[in-house]
Design a protein around this ligand. Structure first.
Ligand code: UN1
Length: 478
């Protein structure tokens, strides 16, 4: 029998109630490995193990926490090629994208190793005599992390590293489609001497494990990245239990192209933002809002670039776009194309590809001359599809960009300092990009959005302290 990759609870590798095969979306017959599926009881054990480890881990010195995170970061960086290959095989992004994501995970650990040393408080004189005030930060406690399949190592890393840096214990539930990358990450934590129970990994169904975690009052805070529907469900459960919450959900990110843009930069930003990582990024540039005078030239140049993109096996050196994650996702993408066609929209590309390996391949697709009110421009598609919307002037571009229930990232391509400045001020989004794709973010600064995209404090950089610590204000009378 094939080896089963186990859950990690209280520092021990433990079998689950069941197991499932992790397959390659580029070659569904290829099994990457068999992964344990934890039960609801395992989830409770993982939470209990984290709770038990908390007094010791939260009282380690900043040096101890730094050293653990730093060596985890070094290990990840040293094994980036090998881990990236596993990631590409289970998720489907290209090998350079997968290695890049793995490096990002390593850099995140190194960054938060430094943050463990930089923790500080405030000393404030009281308004009353002979009293001093100290405002300090303490760990939140046990944090539940639920992560998506599209960044299967970077997102677990950017939730786990700050949690550990500031003395919290963790229960991680990675997406059931991509357990291998999270498993490797936890193996590295174990090998680097992470204390028993400080990190726990439970793999398997979100319905079973997510619900068990939500019902467990011993989890002090939840950080979730995934769909809007699941996020709202988690929010309702957390509100009822007064559990601290951070949500990162969908996007319908606008990329505005003004007629004063450098056309090459604009096309490169649009193609990268919309189609790289197979468009499976919450930061994807899915609405290309194009100023009428440059519309025809932009569409023509983008059409040429898309036609030349090589869709194929992520491990092949010439591949630029890997497969879609699953047959269900592919069907959903194709259904959106049908919706567009029924509305009379012309579509360039977008067809599913017949492939010898029966992978879930789809050509990148561009929907032309769409209206912002159409369903394809309201809902997140999460595939290699983008739409183009023509606008008459800058003010209309901004109005269309902001006319969405989401607000994660917004971009503009322009050579005008004034347009760039106005757009940065007016965009209702957590992140603004000038002459760049809406996707592709740094690891050391705040990440997150507004409106329906996000809820709670930002992730990443030192801003992550808002979520992973809680304030204490102490009054001391001498
Ligand atoms: C990026 O664009 O570099 O799930 C990161 C997502 C985001 C991460 C995007 N949380 O797509």
């Amino acid at each position: 029998m094939a080896e089963i990759h186990k859950n990690y609870i209280g520092g021990a590798w433990v079998a689950g109630a069941d197991a499932s095969d992790n397959t390659n979306p580029a070659k569904p017959a290829e099994i990457i490995g068999t992964y344990a599926m934890a039960s609801a009881a395992d989830a409770d054990k993982a939470v209990a193990a984290a709770r038990q480890a908390l007094p010791e881990w939260s009282n380690t010195t900043p040096q101890q926490r730094h050293d653990l995170l730093d060596s985890v970061g070094n290990q990840i960086l040293g094994r980036a090629d090998e881990i990236g290959k596993t990631l590409a095989r289970e998720e489907g992004k290209t090998l350079p994208e997968a290695i890049g994501e793995t490096m990002r995970a390593g850099q995140v650990f190194k960054f938060f190793a430094g943050e463990a040393l930089r923790q500080s408080g405030e000393f404030i004189p009281s308004v009353r005599p002979n009293i001093d005030i100290e405002v300090s930060r303490e760990p939140v406690g046990v944090v539940g992390l639920i992560t998506p399949w599209n960044f299967p190592i970077a997102i677990p890393a950017w939730k786990m590293a700050p949690a550990l840096a500031w003395g919290n214990c963790v229960v991680l539930k990675p997406a059931s489609l991509t357990p291998a990358s999270a498993h490797v990450l936890v193996e590295i934590l174990d090998a680097c001497g992470c204390p028993k129970g400080a990190v726990n990994l439970i793999m398997g169904s979100g319905g079973v494990l997510g619900e068990a975690m939500l019902a467990n009052a011993d989890i002090d805070a939840f950080s979730f990245t995934g769909s809007v529907a699941t996020g709202r469900h988690i929010a309702a459960a957390c509100a009822a239990m007064q559990t601290k919450l951070q949500l990162e959900m969908g996007g319908k990110n606008p990329l505005v192209v003004m007629d004063d843009a450098d056309l090459d930069i604009a096309v490169a930003a649009a193609v990268n933002g919309a189609f790289f990582s197979t468009g499976q990024r919450c930061t994807a540039s899915s609405r290309l809002i194009v100023h009428a005078p440059i519309y025809d030239a932009f569409v023509e140049a983008t059409r040429k670039t898309i036609k030349a993109l090589k869709v194929g096996n992520p491990l092949d050196a010439e591949t630029q776009i890997g497969p879609v994650i699953s047959p269900e996702q592919l069907q959903s993408n194709l259904a959106y194309l049908d919706i567009a066609k029924k509305e009379g929209i012309e579509v360039i590309g977008g067809a599913a590809l017949d492939h010898a390996d029966k992978g879930y391949f789809q050509n990148p697709g561009l929907m032309l001359d769409t209206k912002n009110q159409m369903r394809i421009n309201r809902e997140e598609i999460f595939g290699p599809l983008a739409s183009v919307i023509k606008v008459g002037d800058f003010d209309e571009a901004v109005a269309v960009a902001n006319d969405t229930e989401f607000g994660l990232s917004a971009g503009i391509c322009t050579k005008s300092l004034s347009h760039a400045r106005q757009f940065r001020k007016q965009a209702q989004a957590g992140m603004v990009m000038v002459n760049l794709p809406t996707a592709g973010v740094d690891y050391h600064v705040a990440f997150g959005g507004r409106k329906g995209s996000s809820f709670g404090p930002r992730e990443q950089g030192r801003y992550a302290a808002e979520f992973y610590t809680t304030l204490k204000t102490s009054y001391i009378q001498a």
